[in-house]
Design a protein around this ligand. Structure first.
Ligand code: NDP
Ligand code: MG
Length: 385
């Protein structure tokens, strides 16, 4: 029985995770939930899944949640960063699904590792920000981090039964996001609404914007570096418009393994939960005959400079990826609020990474300090025009 603590339950990955849980009540149960401020959705989840502990982002949200629950369900309610960590450490949980968005995921993920819980990792920003610290902690504790991001789940599935030294490279596929048919000149005046319309996946706002800038692929390259212990020269990206091949592994005999499926995050979510076995899942099966053709194109680093920058920061190592991630989080947030244009995201992130004086082999405190520095720089950049 997987007893799950779910961080980010009201989001896109969080609700899909609960959908998977509902399909297998004999194998999965929910013991703790954490969300931000969407208490309406959270209250329904609490009524249905009856967790023992729930955490919300603010005191106001906690008050509102109590009101919505009435006398029907009375879980313990915790608040803020402490609450998130409490959920991650819940003594009854043996599996922690980290599906919050942003580097706020680092601390609870480390807490869950400390408690020896298996991690289902959707929150890619955790490894981008604090990869060396998180992987070291997991290794020391003997904790397994199972990827949920579809590309990394695909690679993980292709690697089952294979020897690490037989891998020549991994090939991460990218749909190209909302603006894949636009030139760079045409990007200057795109709107938020256009950016939020992803062609293949229905996801949270931040990752949808990251897909449009290709930063998402940059974050995934860094995530793959940490998850699979591969140098950056063995991590390739390729454009694949249909998101049917979720990623590939090429071996030294030139054999290539790929994992395919209709784009549905419940597949990698369930695989993380059921690993190393598989379970049935109600989803649309892949119909290659109906699709007819799959399309591919070479990745264009000039068209997508944030992917180029992610490789640069990844290779530079140390605190550079924490800075890359934090600057991007703030820039995307500013774009979502309408404070900056689409192309300003990459300009801000590039400027801040260039200005950063990196620290090699950073401690967690140094990573958090670099993250905070990058956030204040990104905000100042906007305030100063
Ligand atoms: P969403 O924006 O849909 O959901 C984010 C969740 O995190 C919400 O439940 C939100 O709560 C919660 N949250 C945000 N900030 C806090 C906080 N400070 N404390 C507690 N909870 C918080 O994001 P997604 O589900 O799309 O993505 C989640 C993660 O998974 C991201 O790292 C993303 O990159 C990754 N991912 C997502 C995929 C997808 O298909 N969506 C695919 C692959 C990876 P609330 O809304 O209640 O405020
Ligand atoms: Mg992905």
């Amino acid at each position: 029985m997987k007893r799950i603590a779910l961080l980010g339950s009201t989001g896109s990955i969080g609700t899909s995770t609960l959908d998977v849980v509902e399909q297998h009540p004999e194998s999965f149960s929910v013991v703790a939930l954490a969300a931000g401020t969407n208490v309406e959705v959270l209250a329904e989840q609490v009524k249905k899944f009856r967790p023992q502990l729930v955490s919300v982002g603010t005191e106001e949200a906690a008050f509102a949640l109590r009101g919505l629950l009435g006398s029907e369900a009375k879980p313990e309610i915790a608040v803020g960063a402490e609450g998130l960590e409490q959920v991650a450490r819940h003594p009854e949980a043996n599996f922690v699904m980290t599906a919050v968005v942003g580097s706020v995921g680092v601390a609870p993920t480390l807490a869950a590792i400390e408690e020896g819980k298996t991690i289902g990792l959707a929150n890619k920003e955790t490894l981008v920000s604090a990869g060396p610290v998180v992987m070291k902690a997991a290794k020391e504790k003997g904790v397994q981090i199972i990827p949920v991001d579809s590309e990394h789940s695909a690679i993980f599935q292709c690697l089952q039964g294979e020897r690490r030294e037989d891998v020549s490279k991994v090939i991460i596929t990218a749909s190209g996001g909302s603006f894949r048919h636009l030139t760079r000149d045409e990007l200057a005046n795109v709107t938020l609404e256009q950016a939020l319309a992803h062609p293949n996946w229905n996801m949270g706002a931040k990752i949808t914007i990251d897909s449009a800038t290709m930063m998402n692929k940059g974050l995934e390259v860094i995530e793959a570096h940490w998850l699979f212990d591969l140098p950056y020269k063995q991590i390739d990206t390729i454009l694949h418009y249909e998101s049917i091949i979720h990623s590939m592994v090429e071996f030294k005999d030139s054999a290539v393994m790929a994992q395919l499926g209709t784009p549905d995050m419940r597949v990698p979510i369930q695989y993380a939960l059921s690993y190393p076995t598989r379970m049935p899942l109600q989803t649309e099966p892949l119909n290659l005959v109906k699709l007819g053709t799959l399309h591919f194109a070479v990745m264009d680093f000039e068209r997508y400079p944030l992917l180029q920058l992610a490789y640069e920061c990844g290779k530079a190592g140390g605190t550079y990826t924490a800075v890359l991630n934090a600057a991007n989080e703030v820039a995307v947030d500013l774009f979502l609020k309408g404070s900056i244009g689409f192309l300003a995201i990459e300009q801000i992130v590039r400027k801040i990474c260039d200005a950063h004086k990196g620290i090699a082999n950073p401690t967690l405190e140094e990573i958090f300090a670099a993250d905070q520095w990058a956030r204040s720089q990104a905000r100042a950049f906007v305030n100063n025009g």
